[in-house]
Design a protein around this ligand. Structure first.
Ligand code: SAM
Ligand code: SF4
Length: 477
């Protein structure tokens, strides 16, 4: 079914949802994977052709370990061929955990009366941002529970506040948000505050499963959440992030639904999601996990590879919910952004570990599995020859749709992304890196400069690196 903005009135709940459960169920049931059709789908993706739902069903239905390995190899090849080795770094900043909803899986749910509820004061936000800047962060995602206190005006206020904090060489150059769905007016308000990406996850795209996990509060309305990004687009926010919480329902269904959501946004608004997230359910206070849908490491790594092949021009975000070993593996399949130095307990970026233990036991939403500092994450990325990047150039130059350009415009990555990654890494080295990390960083930069070929004038980048060494900041192409 094709959707167009005219045909699809997002305010009208009587319209069919763009998620057709029957269609996805039938594809999952009736699609048979053979060596021939799996290889044909991988080849199609490597040929830079978009995959449809049927192609994706062929990949998720594969059971043969040899073919699964070929899918992973396909994702690795696509990543190397198209994206190179940049990894963009960010950190989440939890602003408030008050919540009227009762999502079964979340430590912030209203019924969890043991959770300590807190909203950071303006002073606390400033202190937290200063601590994040002291570590070298340049990109944040602000996270909020759903509560009458977190109005669009309040969210816009916190975004502006974060942008205003400058400490030493530190500044936050891109603020993304993860907040409950708003109406069109609300989205306009937060757009005006200069957000980067607005991100909201459907959690599960299966309406029946959704009902089961969302018993109270506004979030129980599946359709309102499903159409959140349509309203964001209507409000002029064309930079949106989608996601599913893996572990609530059959992962294969969620993968197909994410592809369908991507196609829907592209068909209606001519721009697909900027990013796709695939958080995997973690332990949280009072959680009651349904074992049959828990996603194993094997299936998780496989689904990341399948998503890479299916939506090759969308950024992929992997968070510290996953262990450093899993992160290391799936980075190779084309993840483009990871968080580093993450703390999800409210107010903990600016506290030392002992205060944190004593005061904050019940302020986190779930457990994370990678608690390394940003410095350690960067150090390991450099060891593995990745190019850590804090680039925010496209967003600030109004170059939207950069993932699509990366994918489709020859030389775009080397000309802009690699060059800017090099410059932001040079800044990080000058301002924050330990000597041993700095040494590795300059080596990676030298190698990158060597690999740029004709697409970007190496002398121009070298000249800017010299300017950075002499104290200039925020240089980009
Ligand atoms: N309250 C807003 C909402 O629900 O959209 C935004 C913030 S919520 C804190 C961000 C995301 O965390 C949720 O969309 C959900 O996918 C994820 N999350 C919640 N509980 C989780 C858990 N136990 N394990 C992993 N991720 C979880
Ligand atoms: Fe509230 Fe979001 Fe947690 Fe649901 S996932 S309980 S809406 S914070």
């Amino acid at each position: 079914m094709q959707f167009t903005p005219e045909k699809y009135n997002i305010e009208d709940k009587s319209q069919h949802s763009f998620i057709d459960v029957k269609e996805i169920d039938q594809l999952l049931e009736n699609t048979h994977s053979t060596a021939e059709n799996v290889r044909a789908v991988i080849a199609k993706s490597l040929n830079k052709e978009r995959l449809n739902l049927q192609d994706t069903a062929i990949l998720v239905n594969t059971k043969d370990p040899v073919l699964i390995e070929e899918i992973k190899q396909g994702a690795r090849t696509l990543k190397e061929k198209v994206y190179g080795n940049r990894i963009v770094l960010f950190a989440p900043l939890y602003i408030g955990n008050k919540c009227v909803n009762n999502c079964e899986y979340c430590g912030f749910k209203a019924s969890n009366t043991e959770a300590i509820r807190k909203t950071l004061s303006d002073e606390e936000i400033v202190t937290e941002v200063e601590a994040l800047e002291d570590n070298g962060q340049k990109r944040l995602i602000l996270v909020y529970g759903e509560h009458p206190q977190y109005t669009p005006e309040y969210i816009a206020h916190t975004v502006n506040l974060v942008y205003s904090v400058k400490k030493g060489a530190g500044e936050i150059r891109r603020v993304n948000i993860n907040a409950a769905p708003l109406d069109i007016e609300g989205f306009k308000t937060i757009k005006d505050s200069g957000i980067g990406t607005y991100q909201v996850f459907q959690e599960t795209y299966h309406p029946e499963a959704y009902k089961k996990y969302h018993l109270g509060g506004h979030k129980k309305d599946y359709h309102k959440r499903l159409t959140a990004l349509d309203r964001a687009m209507e409000a002029g926010i064309d930079d949106v992030g989608i996601g599913a919480l893996f572990g609530l329902y059959d992962w294969r269904f969620e993968v197909l639904a994410l592809v369908r959501h991507t196609n829907h946004l592209e068909a209606c608004y001519n721009v697909g999601p900027h990013t796709i997230s695939f958080p995997r359910l973690q332990d949280a206070a009072m959680i009651n996990k349904e074992d049959k849908y828990i996603v194993s490491d094997e299936d998780f790594t496989r689904l990341v590879a399948i998503l890479r092949l299916a939506v090759p021009y969308t950024g992929m975000i992997l968070t510290a919910r996953e262990s450093k070993e899993i992160r290391k593996e799936v980075l190779r399949y084309g993840v483009s952004q990871i968080d580093g130095g993450t703390k999800i307990e409210l107010g903990n970026y600016s506290q030392d570990e002992s205060q944190f233990e004593a005061q904050n036991l019940n302020k986190e939403q779930f457990k994370i599995n990678d608690d390394r500092s940003l410095a350690d994450v960067i150090d390991e990325l450099l060891d593995d020859s990745y190019l850590p990047s804090f680039c925010t150039a496209c967003y600030r130059l109004g170059r939207t749709g950069e993932h699509f350009m990366e994918f489709s415009v020859p030389g775009f990555i080397k000309r802009y992304c690699s060059a800017n990654a090099i410059l932001t890494l040079a800044e990080y080295i000058m301002d924050y890196a330990e000597p041993s990390t700095a040494k590795k960083g300059w080596e990676v930069i030298a190698k990158q400069l060597n690999d740029l070929g004709d697409y970007q004038r190496v002398d121009e980048i070298e000249e800017r690196i010299e300017r950075i060494k002499n104290g200039e900041r925020d240089l980009y192409f």
